[in-house]
Design a binder for this molecule. Structure first.
Ligand code: HSE
Length: 304
């Protein structure tokens, strides 16, 4: 079988970790091209072509780990329109333009994958997809943002909001613009993607009733978490008290937790590191494994 040629857009923490996985991992694939703004950037691997997005778009599979919205939307449209698989970790892209992208992917019989967009390396999209195929999902409930877990836990231990936010940023959990974390948008985008997968119909971020944690008081000893919750009809993200015996209350640090309730079956849980270069690259690599096996999945099933 021919080795799959990967065109990677973005060479940050996740991109470089993916480069290492592709180089050392078992799948028959090669990193053929890397698109970066700064082509002189230190650490770019030798023997791989470096250029702009056009170069990466010529490969067999396009992987976007750049972030942002306008560039990724244009690249995804081009790749899918040419029938190429598009793999992304970009939750904003999927929660904003997912319907259009899934439609192009369906029409052009191209794969659209985004396992790394939710839960970092924790197989949340994969578990949701699997369980949706086994029965009717009644509810999903999760802790999908590490920054707010960190801040709310630290406040419960007596630290101020500002101190806790600074610590979370220093720990490397926060988005480049931490208002996405603390306003609940990061969790809302992730929940919209999970709900789209769970019920087979694309849901935008705007469908999520979102309340962030700014200005939320936490009394000493209280367990508050930013809880993301969805049924087929309603999606919400808001800070709320959790019983300390609830398995979700154990989420600490970088850990994300997802609970999926399936009719006539029960409650399933998946938890693990929700961010980080190596773990997030692992989720992308898992998507590439499906492509290498000849699958052509579209993340949201049939859009409507
Ligand atoms: N900023 C995110 C979080 C990490 O705090 O969970 C990646 O989604």
């Amino acid at each position: 079988m021919d080795r799959l040629q990967i065109g990677l857009i973005g060479w940050g923490t996740v991109g470089s970790a993916l480069g290492e996985l592709v180089r050392t991992g078992p799948l028959p694939m090669t990193l053929a091209a890397i698109a970066v703004r700064d082509r002189e950037r230190p650490g770019l691997p030798k023997g791989v072509q470096v250029g702009g997005a056009d170069l990466a778009l010529q490969a067999d599979v396009v992987v976007e780990l750049a972030g942002g919205l306008d560039g990724p939307l244009a690249w995804a449209r081009q790749a899918l329109d040419r029938g190429k698989p598009y793999v992304t970790a970009n939750k904003a892209l999927l929660a904003t333009h997912g319907r259009e992208l899934a439609e192009i992917a369906d029409r052009r019989v191209a794969a659209l994958l985004g396992s790394a967009s939710v839960g970092g390396g924790t197989p949340m999209i994969e578990a949701t997809q699997h369980l949706a195929a086994t029965g009717a999902i009644e509810r999903i409930r999760g802790i999908l943002n590490a920054t707010t877990t960190y801040i709310l836990s630290a406040m419960g231990e007596g630290r101020s909001y500002d101190e806790a936010l600074r610590e979370a940023q220093d720990a490397g959990y926060a988005e480049a613009d931490p208002s996405f974390d603390v306003d609940g948008r990061d969790a809302a985008q992730k929940l919209a993607i999970l709900a789209s997968v769970a019920w087979g119909r694309w849901r935008p971020e705007q469908d999520v009733d979102t309340t962030g944690i700014v200005g939320h008081e936490v009394a000493a000893g209280e367990t508050i978490r930013l809880v993301a919750e969805a049924t087929k009809g309603s999606l919400s993200v808001k800070p709320m008290p959790i019983d300390p015996t609830d398995p979700m209350a154990r989420a600490a640090g970088i850990e994300n937790v997802l609970e999926i309730t399936v009719a006539d079956a029960g409650v399933y849980r998946v938890s693990g590191p929700g961010a980080g270069g190596r773990v997030t690259a692992g989720a992308v690599y898992g998507d590439l494994a499906r492509l290498a096996a000849g699958e052509r999945p579209v993340l949201f099933g049939s859009p409507s």
